[in-house]
Write a protein that binds this ligand. Structure first.
Ligand SMILES: NC(=O)c1ccc[n+]([C@@H]2O[C@H](COP(=O)([O-])OP(=O)(O)OC[C@H]3O[C@@H](n4cnc5c(N)ncnc54)[C@H](OP(=O)(O)O)[C@@H]3O)[C@@H](O)[C@H]2O)c1
Length: 284
């Protein structure tokens, strides 16, 4: 079954979303603030609309993917939303999503927020994930279109939940990037081939370490930080040796030092026998 879909915003991501919906057989009307970007989509089978209102008027599902929430509101300003589902896949904060949901509801629309866990090239491909939250009936009605874009995961009726989990996943990613960059600084300063180190040693090791995270999550939920893996006393020494090695190799440990500070604080408070998951108490 195909449904009429409007896509507002034809940047890198919006264009990938529109193309994928067209490939899945949906009639797609597209609008972009600067009209030229609609031409490439028109060549792919989309119908360009002169205004956002015209695009919205043609569709039951309106996918918005612009720079930020202010831009999304600007695009939908003065547009009749009655009876439309607005699926806003623009990245933002949970508070912005909740405000946007209320703003859409005041105009008679139903609101679904989305957090895209993919780059444009991944849209429509295995491995792409989009988190959704907000109106469950609206999400259910358009589940088929959402499934064409990426693996869809509805996470809850609070519209702020998809952006919250999106930002949490990005937080984990930034932590991993920080670890990779520090390891890369140390290895490249030694002259060892960085690509070999990354492929053969680091990536498999990080995969094995990631497998421990569900157990840590259970410890945190239970507030039970007893460990049979390695305690904080041991980690203070381990991280101290790492940071000292950085100094000896002439590279900076700037991204690691704050972690050592937090571990030391926890140990000084008398929790040296606990596992790494107990550091959450220093962040709360
Ligand atoms: N690219 C990614 O890998 C990726 C991944 C996940 C999430 N996202 C999110 O997807 C959203 C779009 O990203 P993108 O990569 O497509 O960015 P982009 O290529 O820079 O495109 C930005 C889009 O926003 C439009 N826009 C900006 N200000 C506007 C305004 N005031 N009114 C109406 N339209 C406005 C632009 O229109 P003009 O063409 O007229 O400038 C353009 O269509 C962002 O929220 C981003 O965080 C992107």
């Amino acid at each position: 079954m195909s449904e009429n879909i409007a896509v507002l915003g034809l940047g890198l991501m919006g264009s990938a979303l529109a193309r994928t919906l067209l490939d899945a057989g949906h009639p797609v009307t597209v609008w972009n603030r600067s009209a030229a970007k609609a031409d490439a989509l028109a060549a792919h089978g989309a119908t360009p609309a002169a205004t956002a209102a015209a695009a919205v008027g043609s569709a039951s599902l309106v996918i918005v993917c612009v720079l930020d929430y202010a831009a999304a509101r600007e695009a939908l300003h003065d547009v009749e939303l009655d009876g439309r589902v607005i699926a806003n896949l623009t990245s933002g904060r949970p508070a912005e999503a909740r405000e946007m949901a209320a703003w859409v509801a005041e105009r008679g629309g139903e609101y679904v927020d989305g957090g895209i866990m993919a780059v444009p090239q991944m849209i429509g491909q295995p491995g792409a994930l989009i988190l959704y939250s907000g109106s469950q009936p609206a999400y259910d009605r358009h589940a088929q279109a959402f499934a064409a874009l990426a693996e869809p995961r509805f996470v809850g009726t609070d519209p702020g939940l998809a952006p919250l989990l999106d930002l949490a996943m990005l937080t984990g990613m930034y932590g991993q990037i920080a670890g990779f960059l520090e390891a890369a600084a140390l290895v490249s300063a030694s002259g060892y081939p960085l690509a070999d180190f990354t492929t053969e040693l680091l990536a498999p090791w990080l995969g094995a370490m990631a497998a421990l995270q569900p157990a840590w999550a259970k410890e945190i939920e239970a507030g039970d930080y007893a460990t049979d893996v390695s305690n904080l006393e041991v980690n203070v020494h381990g991280l101290g040796a790492i940071i000292r090695t950085f100094h000896e190799q002439g590279v900076k440990a700037d991204l690691l030092v704050p972690l050592r500070t937090i571990i030391e604080r926890r140990v000084h408070r008398g929790h040296g026998a606990e596992g790494l998951s107990s550091l959450i108490e220093e962040l709360r």
